[in-house]
Design a binder for this molecule. Structure first.
Ligand code: NAD
Length: 511
């Protein structure tokens, strides 16, 4: 594995210190504030970046609006060809970009590579899509009329993304939005700005090689950009990935100007462990779901709802498995659990444990903050397990950390009610070899989540399916299936090729 300055050099971003980019053009208002990016792996500062000013924002939006006039008429399969080349460039940079993701965000190296692989996969998906984007045709009630619908691009799509998937979420949005004929403005998380700069540099190089105008893919760094986007009528679609708390603000502002938003917010995901489950498989699914990415996935397993007959046995297996977890540097592939993103996240973890204890949680694996040479960033915590009741306030919330709650059930109906009995609705799963149980869980009376799995955990998803969740998770869908429709406007067209003007519903209007 390369060291971080080699990685930054290979990615071509060592000398870039910009607040914004409209493609090959990188810029910043002189004297603007800066933001330091620290690695949670070792606490070291990686680099400083500049923060975009209101003026930088205007520059970007104007460039994007101009570029849209070109890009919307550039044929969709040709747009797909650019996205195909972007996928190729990602293949070339997979190792360096994956390493940067791992070092700046703190997820394991394998997961860093996995994120870049997801970017490549969504590019492949979008290339195929660029020759589809189908509308329907339907029969007109009027003679000699033809009726059909078609899909047009919307304009500027703003992408506001979270720290925990610092590159993949942007690419899900960008690859689809671009083949649909939109231009993109990305505001990455201020906790992972270098990942943003690296991705923008890769796509900008591809666009330049193809002599595309500036403004097709744009980047803006800094939190203040969020509010500018929320309130800007020139941005018809805001795709927001982040917490429910911020999502509520974004959604209200965008709706108040009749803009559209795609909201991908917090989850509170549960696995039901039936007495008919394959317990060995269930243990792996549950432990990976709870501690993978140090519990910082929107699909992380937060709750296990376990049948009373196997509750004690399963709990004991879990405790044993947690005893074997290796916590440490995520770039060392022997470790299972890396750090949380920053000290504020560690504080939230500690607060959740204290609050849980006050509410009556019984910790069967205790948590705690790790210290010493291997943990100098102060961001490493112990994954923990607590027996709780579903109604506890802390259990109803998403704590973005490796805290796993155990809840006992008697009947499947009760288990489904517990699984659904939280404000969020992202990912859910049942582990069972009983067909009736599995089908009940997937039925209209089953899980109320956007993702419902059988015999795999809650964590992770393939790009081929539409990704997103219900209730306070926001209702948005990204990635596969027909999620592309969220990035386009639908138009119904009726064409009269008769000699008379016939009104719909046989209305007569004689002059
Ligand atoms: P966050 O809500 O703190 O930040 C998300 C983004 O919003 C960041 O880029 C941030 O700078 C920006 N932001 C902050 N204030 C804003 C404002 N007023 N207007 C517009 N943007 C603003 O989230 P986070 O801590 O980075 O990420 C963790 C959260 O994201 C978790 O809740 C997780 O479940 C969620 N998430 C959801 C999905 C999903 O697909 N459902 C995927 C990944 C993460």
């Amino acid at each position: 594995m390369n060291n971080i300055s080699t990685v930054l050099k290979n990615l071509g971003i060592l000398k870039l210190n910009p607040a914004f980019s409209t493609g090959s053009n990188w810029g910043a208002t002189s004297g603007a504030k800066t933001l330091d990016s620290f690695s949670p792996v070792d606490g070291k500062k990686i680099a400083s970046v500049q923060l975009a000013t209101d003026e930088d924002y205007e520059t970007v939006i104007k460039k994007a609006a101009d570029a849209f006039l070109f890009w919307r008429n550039f044929p969709a399969p040709k747009r797909g060809e650019i996205v195909r080349q972007f996928g190729e460039a990602l293949r070339m940079h997979k190792e360096d970009l994956g390493t940067l993701v791992s070092y700046e965000m703190g997820k394991s190296l394998q997961e860093g590579f996995g994120e870049v692989q997801e970017m490549i996969d969504i590019c492949d998906f979008a290339v195929g899509l660029s020759r589809q984007l189908y509308g329907l045709t339907m029969h007109s009630e009027r003679p000699n009329h033809r009726m059909y619908e078609q899909w047009h691009p919307m304009g500027i799509v703003a992408i506001i993304s979270a720290f925990n998937f610092p590159v993949a979420v942007w690419s899900w949005n960008t690859a689809l939005a671009l083949v649909c004929g939109n231009v993109c403005v990305w505001k990455p998380s201020s906790k992972t700005p270098l990942c943003g700069i690296a991705c923008q540099h890769i796509i900008a190089t591809v666009l330049k090689k193809n002599n595309m105008p500036e403004g097709i893919s744009n980047l803006l760094i800094g939190n203040s950009v969020g509010n500018l986007i929320n309130n800007d009528k020139r941005v018809p679609l805001v795709s927001f990935t982040g917490s429910t708390r911020i999502g509520r603000v974004v959604s209200a502002s965008v709706a108040s100007r009749f803009g559209r938003s795609i909201l991908e917010l917090g989850g509170n995901n549960a696995i039901i462990i039936s007495k008919d489950a394959d317990l060995e498989m269930s243990i792996i699914g549950a432990v990976f779901g709870a501690v993978g990415t140090a519990g910082q996935r929107c699909t992380s397993t937060r709750r296990l709802i376990i049948h009373e007959d196997i509750y004690e046995a399963f709990k004991n297996k879990l405790v044993k498995a947690y005893g074997q977890l290796r916590i440490g540097d995520p770039l060392d592939q022997h470790n299972h659990v890396g750090p949380l993103i920053d000290i504020a996240a560690v504080e939230m973890y500690s607060h959740a444990i204290d609050k849980g204890k006050k509410e009556g949680a019984n910790f069967v694996v205790e948590g705690g903050i790790l210290s010493g040479d291997a943990y100098q960033s102060g961001c490493y915590v112990k994954p923990c397990i607590a027996e709780v009741e579903n109604h506890y306030e802390i259990v109803q919330e998403e704590t973005f950390a490796p805290i796993l709650y155990l809840i006992k059930y008697k009947t499947l109906a009760e288990a489904i009610a517990l699984q659904n009995g939280v404000p969020q609705g992202l990912s859910s799963a049942i582990m069972t070899l009983n067909l009736r149980e599995a089908e009940q869980f997937l039925s209209a009376a089953g899980s109320d989540c956007g993702i419902a799995n059988v015999n795999i955990g809650t964590s992770g998803a393939e790009i081929g399916g539409a990704f997103g969740g219900e209730k306070e998770t926001g209702g948005g869908r990204e990635s596969g299936s027909d999620a592309w429709k969220g990035y386009m406007r639908r138009q119904t067209n009726t064409i009269n090729y008769s000699n008379t003007l016939t009104l719909a519903q046989a209305v007569k209007f004689d002059l």
